[in-house]
Design a protein around this ligand. Structure first.
Ligand code: AR6
Length: 181
């Protein structure tokens, strides 16, 4: 079989991340790990109570002060088509001077690190921080694409990354970021 090129290993899909049949989907969570709105709410609704149970356990045992910024942790995918959920808490946008870009990049790296260590075949990412947390979408897309490309160039696993965008604007911005760099 020919070696897949980097661009073959990255896909862009517009739709609902909870429907993705991948090894793991990433949740744009918050440090409490106890659920919320946006994609976090959608994942817990679709995945059922097993995800929240594991999140509560992790919160109590491993992260009593909350999941630190830029870190990630995996749980079951419950009833989702994806076997696992990787939870990460993106930065809240405060204008860009409070290390938001570094923190967002760290989120992507931490999720990918878990995927590599656990030999996940495929991972789907939402556009972390670009909803309720208010991160400018164009900058966030550029960081997402840059971090995933760098990681895949250096690691065999995950073999495939899917960017799942919800809205038309993000779809266009990711298309541009993927075409550009
Ligand atoms: N599939 C894919 N993308 C989605 C979906 C979905 N089902 N639903 C929303 N998006 P957000 P944040 C997109 O607000 O900005 C929660 O309360 C959405 O259009 O979900 O990181 C958490 O608990 C946007 O582009 O996450 C935190 O408190 C992107 O997902 C806080 O929100 C992220 O939007 C995190 O805020």
């Amino acid at each position: 079989m020919p070696t897949p090129t980097l661009s073959n290993r990255i896909q862009l899909v517009q739709g609902d991340i909870t429907k993705q049949a991948v090894s793991a989907i990433v949740n744009a969570a918050n440090s409490s790990l106890l659920g919320g709105g946006g994609v976090d709410g959608a994942i817990h609704r679709a995945g059922g109570p097993a995800i929240l149970e594991e999140c509560k356990f992790l919160r109590a045992r491993k992260y009593p002060a909350g999941l630190p910024p830029g870190q990630a942790v995996a749980t079951t995918g419950g009833n989702l088509p994806a076997r696992y959920v990787i939870h990460t808490a993106g930065p809240v946008w405060h204008g860009g001077s409070q290390h938001e870009a570094e923190e967002l990049a760290a989120c992507y790296q931490s999720c990918l690190k878990i995927a590599t260590a656990r030999i996940f075949e495929s991972v789907a990412f939402p556009s972390i921080s670009t909803g309720i947390y208010g991160y400018p979408k164009q900058e966030a897309a550029a960081i997402a694409v840059r971090e995933v490309r760098q990681w895949l160039a250096a690691h065999e696993w995950p073999q495939r990354v899917v960017f799942v965008v919800f809205d038309e604007e993000n779809r266009r911005l990711y298309e541009e970021a993927l075409a550009e760099q």
